[in-house]
Ligand binder design. Structure first.
Ligand SMILES: [Zn+2]
Length: 276
């Protein structure tokens, strides 16, 4: 079920929302980034890795959203990491007894809910903020932390392989989804993150978004520009000309996401008394 996208880097695309799980081969086993969503897919992934003689030696969640925090018992008990801020957010959001039930009811689409195992959800260890790389025995994986989309979101750059694991940004099917929870300036957070990614774009041959198609080197700047144009349109309350939303969209619910973002931003600027 795995597809190689660069030397020693393999992906599995889920049936759910074109989610990409990323496997990075190390010396004694693999690093598994955002393992997947459906229990049977993660179990198959675990079996495939076992057949390849590649145990999971580390896990990483790019950001604190349920579809990036799952795990399957068959993947084993390797340490699972996220940024410190990601882990703190997860701890906070899972702190009450009803948290998982609420996620199952409100966030997971009903048609897949029975296939999403929540027992090992979010069991991640936060890496200290000054730690610039994932601690593991394999190719260096640089952590590029920013606050777009979710608190403590990490994009990961595997320099030696020219691979950027973008988390929930730079997708060809999802528009930028801003973190509108408790953030002071979600638009600027998003634009700042795009600048960070732009800063490493020259080193990227393969772009792996959290959801959507893998991009080649030519796609990196194109997707950064496309995300930025969307965020600018959202900021200015203009109609975005963006293939990911509208008649050509892969997901028809994307226009609803766009409308909600517009409304929430309008409410915030009313509340704050800022124009636009
Ligand atoms: Zn997300």
């Amino acid at each position: 079920m795995l597809r190689q996208v660069a030397e020693g880097v393999l992906i599995h695309e889920s049936e759910f929302c074109q989610s990409n799980a990323v496997v990075v081969q190390g010396r004694a086993g693999v690093l598994l980034i955002d393992p997947g969503v459906l229990g049977y897919e993660m179990a198959t992934l675990a079996n495939d890795l076992r057949e390849l003689g590649q145990p999971v030696v580390a896990g990483f969640s790019t950001h604190p959203h349920w579809d990036h925090l799952l795990w399957h018992a068959r993947l084993g008990e390797a340490p699972r990491y996220g940024t410190a801020r990601c882990a703190a957010t997860v701890r906070d959001r899972l702190s009450d007894a009803r948290a998982k039930a609420r996620i199952a009811e409100q966030l997971i689409p009903p048609d897949i809910a029975e296939h999403v195992p929540l027992d090992l959800l979010g069991l991640i260890t936060g890496l200290p903020a000054e730690m610039a790389q994932i601690p593991w025995d394999g190719p260096q994986v640089r952590i590029i932390e920013h606050q777009a989309h979710a608190p403590g979101h990490a994009a990961l750059l595997i320099d030696e392989r020219g691979v950027l694991v973008a988390g929930d940004m730079l997708s060809d099917v999802l528009i930028p989804m801003l973190d509108l929870n408790d953030t002071a300036d979600p638009i600027e957070d998003y634009l700042a993150a795009l600048r960070l990614l732009e800063g490493v774009a020259g080193d990227v041959d393969v772009l792996v978004p959290g959801h959507g198609s893998i991009g080649g080197a030519d796609q990196v700047h194109a997707r950064i520009d496309q995300d930025r144009a969307y965020v600018h349109a959202l900021r200015d309350a203009r109609v975005p000309s963006d293939p990911r939303v509208g008649p050509s969209a892969t997901f028809d619910w994307m226009s609803g996401v766009h409308e909600r973002q517009l409304q929430q931003l309008a409410r915030r600027s009313e509340r704050d008394g800022t124009p636009g």
